[in-house]
Write a protein that binds this ligand. Structure first.
Ligand code: AMP
Length: 295
């Protein structure tokens, strides 16, 4: 596996790859790689000839008082894991490479970017959209892979790709979970043993909601109250939001029997904030095309 810190040698390497007619897949990450990230790498490797993984802890997407300084950065381990997952190249830009003196431009998606996560983390999605736009411009992949775990991020990146005529196909990869249902996340290491035991309440809530909606007669006010009660039954869990929304617009759904639903959760356990989601359709309704997948 090749490792690049600077853009110029990465571009030279990738130009050669493209001239050979090879397909380039790209997996942007903030590092502290886990099996969830590696499932994106493996999927990219199955689809493409050459896979580039980036690790960049993007200061612009962290709010004041968030965990930018303490975010885990086990770089040597990340390189080993990416290499074992058959990545061909790693791009590890510095903050100075990404945001040189004088940098000003912001990519903002005010509609989608202000809902759900955006309402709780002001500026977060402008930071995400800006860095992902830059990374896509730097790597110029044929396909870029994102996890359903961060569904709103994926939706926003698709919006930017369409709005700004970016050429990469955006591909969604399902959320990888621990045996007890907890979605894998670099932030799970922050949980105390007690919080770690409490955290699977997120996936239990999603499973419950899914079963109710699949049954075909779910009632919106009842289910909303039941989900809140399930979270409240876990004393360490403090919800930021429990949302039942349209998977395309992220606006609240009006009923649970006629349209697909995104159930999105953000819950705090002590100092750690976890998110999770599920896409569900009632009987007879199909989920919109599996997001982004273009085979
Ligand atoms: P992050 O390093 O948290 O920015 O994540 C990098 C990419 O990995 C994003 O596209 C995430 O959605 C994806 N990802 C993170 N956790 C998981 C998971 N448990 N399963 C699948 N994809 C994930």
């Amino acid at each position: 596996m090749r490792t690049f810190q600077q853009l110029s040698p990465l571009r030279t390497y990738l130009r050669g790859i493209r001239e050979e007619g090879k397909m380039v897949g790209f997996v942007p990450t903030m590092g502290a790689l886990h099996e969830g990230h590696l499932s994106l790498v493996r999927r990219a490797k199955a689809d493409c000839d050459v896979v580039v993984v980036s690790v960049f802890v993007n200061p612009k997407q962290f709010g004041v008082g968030e965990d930018f300084e303490v975010y885990p950065r086990p770089l040597a381990r990340d390189q080993q894991l990416a290499s074992e997952a058959q990545a061909d190249a790693m791009f590890l830009p510095t903050v100075e490479e990404m945001y040189p003196a004088g940098f000003q431009t912001v990519v903002d998606v005010p509609g989608l970017g202000s809902l759900l996560e955006g309402a709780h983390r002001p500026g977060h999605f402008a930071g995400v959209a800006t860095v992902v736009t830059k990374l896509l411009n730097m790597v110029q992949p044929h396909r870029a892979y994102f996890g359903q775990k961060d569904y709103q991020q994926l939706l926003l990146i698709e919006r930017v790709a369409r709005d700004l005529n970016q050429t990469a196909d955006i591909v969604m990869v399902p959320t990888l979970r621990e045996a007890d249902g907890l979605a894998m996340s670099s932030r799970n290491v922050y949980l105390t043993p007690e919080e770690r035991q409490a955290a699977p309440v997120l996936s239990r809530v999603l499973k419950y909601a899914e079963a109710q909606i699949h049954a075909g007669d779910a009632d919106l006010p009842t289910l909303t109250a039941e989900l809140a009660a399930l979270v409240a039954a876990e004393p360490l869990a403090k919800p930021d939001y429990i949302a039942l929304v349209d998977p395309e617009t992220l606006e609240p759904v009006l009923n649970l029997t006629e349209t697909p639903v995104l159930i999105a959760l953000a819950v705090r356990f002590g100092k750690t904030r976890l998110i999770d989601n599920a896409l569900v359709a009632p009987p007879g309704i199909t989920l919109p095309r599996t997001r982004g997948v273009k085979m």
